[in-house]
Design a protein around this ligand. Structure first.
Ligand code: ATP
Ligand code: MG
Length: 421
């Protein structure tokens, strides 16, 4: 039969890679919960209009990267390319905007974007994200950044740096935009075709272009931080004071603008040095206009998204290994069918007691069973035959030391518990 391959830009994750995934997922959940964020689960697909409005018509995500399909009733849906729009929709739809503020949600979700796959960029990827609503002050920006920072430090990623910028608000952005567009028009000969379009629709995005010639233009471009209104300036200064006081290092980076349309004021990225071109492990910012844009009340919002594959690349690059898997405590080698059943019974009791134990289910010879015990690195082994079943006692052997201890078959659990300390 002809084989079928997985879709381009997707992956199968299995041991040993899955250990890093599990470790990261556990770390982000624990950290988010410590910060008082609760998990939110939303559908994997939404009406396409949610992303058009929530992410922005002029963004690459909406223009080029969405996976869309038409349902049998004619509704056009998109697989979610990100998490924020759905969270906002869910808050509005479930009346959560009336809850005690701030609202604090986190998610660990699969996202889908039709992109050119490369290291750290896939078509299906997993994002850890958090969103906080109803807190307009810089303390909220700090909390969200601190959560990302905490995850990054717990994972041992010492080469990751925080870059922050402010892109202003509807008060000061128009003036800045004008200055930027004038500058870009004067330098249009150096811009790529995409940026010539962006210059008119979403000029801030030009500052984010990866094209070398556009990067040079961006170097000399007017900076948002030089055009902030008093309120936006004060907000940025306040955030800096929080970060300084709490010892979170950062650089002000005028090139951080973020690709999505709805950002206001603070934008930030955590960038890993040396993992290649996909070096942004986390991107986020404030989006005070988004809730209203999606039909809800006026409510401040801030959050981030963190790509798990990029965290894994950064872990590898830092030489950080996920904690080793727990090895089986006991392997019971059984001689004959009667012993196999008795072994299964003991194993079942041990597992219920919380002990990782195993026995043969393959009908292997004693020699092959011992080889298997070696392969799975069982800490203890025990050989169970007719005489052991009859006497109710057997020798348990610690593999590392070859030390043998005689135990009653119904006291194996107590013996192992004592040895586990
Ligand atoms: P990039 O500039 O890398 O395309 P982006 O601005 O499109 O990033 P966001 O939409 O802010 O990214 O997503 C937040 C995070 O999700 C990114 O910082 C990255 O870690 C991860 N991410 C985004 N797109 C992908 C992808 N296609 N594959 C893997 N991870 C991704
Ligand atoms: Mg992108």
């Amino acid at each position: 039969m002809e084989k079928i391959a997985k879709p381009r830009g997707t992956m199968d994750v299995m041991a040993p890679d899955v250990f890093a995934w599990n470790y990261i997922e556990k770390t982000v959940r624990e950290t988010a919960e410590r910060f008082g964020f609760t998990e939110i689960r939303t559908p994997m697909f939404e009406e396409i209009g949610l992303f058009k409005r929530g992410v922005g018509e002029t963004t690459d995500v909406v223009q080029k990267e969405m996976y869309t399909f038409t349902d049998k009733d004619g509704t056009v849906y998109a697989l979610r390319p990100e998490g924020t729009a759905s969270v906002v929709r869910a808050i509005i739809e479930n009346g959560k905007a009336a809850d005690t503020l701030p609202l604090k949600y986190f998610y660990l979700i699969n996202c889908f974007r039709y992109e050119k796959p490369e290291a750290g960029r896939s078509r299906e990827f997993v994002q850890f994200g958090c969103e906080m609503f109803g807190a307009p002050g810089a303390g909220a920006d700090f909390t969200v950044i601190s959560l990302a920072d905490s995850v990054i430090r717990k994972l041992g990623l010492s080469n990751v740096r925080l870059h922050i910028n402010s892109i202003g608000c509807p008060n000061c952005r128009p003036k800045y935009r004008e200055a930027l567009v004038n500058y870009l028009r004067a330098n249009r000969a150096e811009l790529c075709d995409t940026c010539l379009d962006r210059m008119e629709t979403n000029p801030l995005r030009v500052l984010d272009c990866k094209n070398d010639s556009c990067k040079k233009v961006a170097e000399g471009a007017p900076r948002t931080v030089d055009h902030l209104c008093d309120e936006c300036r004060a907000h940025l200064d306040e955030l800096k004071a929080y970060l300084d006081a709490c010892g979170i290092a950062y650089v002000i980076d005028p090139h951080i603008v973020r690709g999505l349309d709805y950002y206001t004021r603070t934008v930030f990225e955590f960038i890993a040095e040396g993992i290649g071109s996909q070096s942004t492990v986390c991107g986020g910012g404030r989006y005070d206009g988004l809730m209203e844009e999606l039909g809800g009340p006026k409510m401040a919002g801030i959050g981030f998204g963190m790509g798990i594959t990029r965290l894994i690349l950064a872990m590898k690059q830092n030489g950080v290994e996920p904690p080793a898997l727990a090895v089986p405590e006991l392997y019971i080698a059984a001689m004959g069918p009667q012993a196999a059943v008795r072994a299964a019974q003991i194993v079942k009791e041990l597992r219920e007691r919380g002990i990782n134990a195993d026995s043969d289910i393959m009908g292997r010879s004693l020699k092959a069973q011992m080889k298997y015990a070696d392969k799975i690195a069982a800490r203890f082994t025990l050989i169970l035959g007719d005489s052991e079943i009859e006497s109710g006692r057997a020798n348990i052997k610690e593999m590392a030391t070859s030390e043998q201890t005689e135990v009653a078959l119904d006291e194996i659990g107590a013996f192992l518990d004592a040895r586990r300390g």
